[in-house]
Design a protein around this ligand. Sequence first.
Ligand code: PBG
Length: 327
Amino acid sequence: MSAEYPAARPRRLRRSPAFRRMVAGTRLHPADLILPMFVKEGIDQPQPVASMPGVVQHTRDSLRKAAHEAADAGVSGLILFGIPAVKDARGSAADDPEGILQVALRDVNEEVGDAVVVMADTCLDEFTDHGHCGVLTASGDVDNDATLERYASIAVAQARAGSQMIAPSGMMDGQVGAIRAALDADGFRDVPILAYTAKYASAFFGPFREAAECAPQFGDRSTHQQDPAGPLEEALREVRLDLAEGADVVMVKPALAYLDVIRRFRDEVEVPVAAYQVSGEYAMIEAAAANGWIDRDRMIMESLVSIKRAGADLILTYWATEVARRL
Ligand code: PBG
């Protein structure tokens, strides 16, 4: 029941900043934000990522410092990506206790692990010489079940290094269940899983491949990541499977091009929903801003508000520290 014009005048509540603030339906909070960070083995200076202005591949020292800044700004989580000095076909560095990601997890946990949730991406593409997210069959396909064994081992190595949450991103069938079983068997019953549940084979990941040095040397990821044109029900099936396998948080990725999927997840599930504002979303805004074509700060906030309004409880964003400070 509501009045019609002229009794109804929606503009009344938009009249001033005070009114708009009072009736805002979507409020971002620093604790909504999780910062993805890159750490590279064997460098002594942070390396800028050309396609992601403002993002760097960290040294161990610069990572500690940036982790502090993020924690002080109030973000609720950090997710680390490691770039090893040596890569091989099975991604051996990924579950090496002295591998860069495990070392960095220990460093960052020691530094800020009481204040924020420290975790790592659980995948193989940063660690394999062929750049795929799993081990390969003789014919060059990504071998689902052989990869699950690797993921289980990596998850346990990360948990032993102090990862407070495990975040499998490879889109192998059964990955959440395989990791849950391995964690439980190794005494990590209480370590939750943030599942990359609906992850699309997206061109928006382009700049990340420079940041994480993980471009596939042949082929692409479309045999395991979802087709952007696939039916919405496919994402719902993925979320049902991940929850049945024990996922504690479910994620949609990328974010801005998949707001409908975020909304459906929020309406369907009882666990927190995360969304990943990925490298290409970051790069588009930074590049347009560098050209003077858009208002950078407003566009960053508008993009994050829209992702939250779509239903994301948590947002992974490369702007996490900056935005948390601004809030
Ligand atoms: C896989 C992974 C990717 C991203 C996060 N985890 C790349 C891919 O699937 O190709 C992309 C993140 C981004 O684009 O910001 N380890």
